[in-house]
Design a protein around this ligand. Structure first.
Ligand SMILES: [Fe+2]
Length: 183
C-alpha cells in the first residue's frame, strides 16, 4: 500500500475529523522515530497513519477498535508487521517489535502535544516548548484522559529519554502543523 492509498483509505473512513489529524500527527512522529532508529521510515509512517482508521466507527464499541482496522488492512494486503502494530496499540496482540512499541508510546503523546498547543493563545505548536509540555504533564487535571505513564514508557519500551522523545514528536508535529489544525 502506498502512502497515498493509505491516506485515501483513512480519510474515506474518518472524514475530516480530529481523528484524521491525530492519524497524521502519529504518522509524522512514527516517521521521525524510524529515522532516529534507522528503521524503515515508510513502513513506520504507514503504521501511524492507518492505526486509528476504525476509531470513529468503533466509538461505541471500543472492544472492536483495531480488530476492524486489521480486517480492512489485511483485505488490502497490507504488510503484516503494520497490522500487528495496529492490533498492539489497542492491546489485541502483545507488542513485540520496536515499531509496535513506538506506536504505543506515540499514540497518547500526539494527543497530549495537541492539547498543550491548543490552550496557547497561538493554538499552535510553533511556540510550544518542551518545558511547557513537561509542565502540563505534571498537572493532573490537564488533559486528564491522557495516560502519562504510557508516554513515559518511551524510556522502558523504546529506550529514549523522555526529553528526547518529546522533542522528536514536537518537532515532527510542528513540521506539519498546518495539516493537523495547529498552524
Ligand atoms: Fe491513536
Amino acid at each position: 500500500m502506498t502512502r497515498e492509498e493509505a491516506y485515501e483509505l483513512v480519510r474515506g473512513r474518518l472524514g475530516m475529523t480530529p481523528t484524521l489529524h491525530h492519524c497524521l500527527a502519529t504518522e509524522a512522529c512514527m516517521r521521525a522515530l524510524a529515522d532516529r532508529f534507522q528503521e524503515d521510515v515508510a513502513t513506520w509512517g504507514l503504521a501511524g497513519l492507518v492505526h486509528d482508521l476504525d476509531l470513529d466507527e468503533c466509538q461505541h464499541d471500543m472492544a472492536r477498535h483495531a480488530l476492524v482496522a486489521a480486517e480492512v488492512l489485511r483485505k488490502k494486503g497490507v504488510n503484516e508487521n503494520i497490522v500487528h502494530a495496529v492490533l498492539g496499540h489497542n492491546n489485541k496482540v502483545e507488542r513485540t517489535s520496536l515499531m509496535d512499541k513506538a506506536l504505543w508510546v506515540v499514540d497518547p503523546t500526539t494527543g497530549f502535544i495537541t492539547a498543550a498547543a491548543l490552550i496557547r493563545p497561538s493554538k499552535s505548536t510553533a511556540d510550544l516548548t518542551l518545558k511547557s509540555i513537561k509542565k502540563r504533564m505534571k498537572d493532573k487535571r490537564f488533559a486528564a484522559a491522557v495516560d502519562r505513564d504510557q508516554i513515559r514508557a518511551c524510556e522502558s519500551d523504546i529506550g529514549l529519554q523522555l526529553d528526547d522523545f518529546l522533542s522528536i514528536c514536537l518537532q515532527a508535529m510542528n513540521a506539519i502543523r498546518q495539516d493537523i489544525g495547529l498552524g
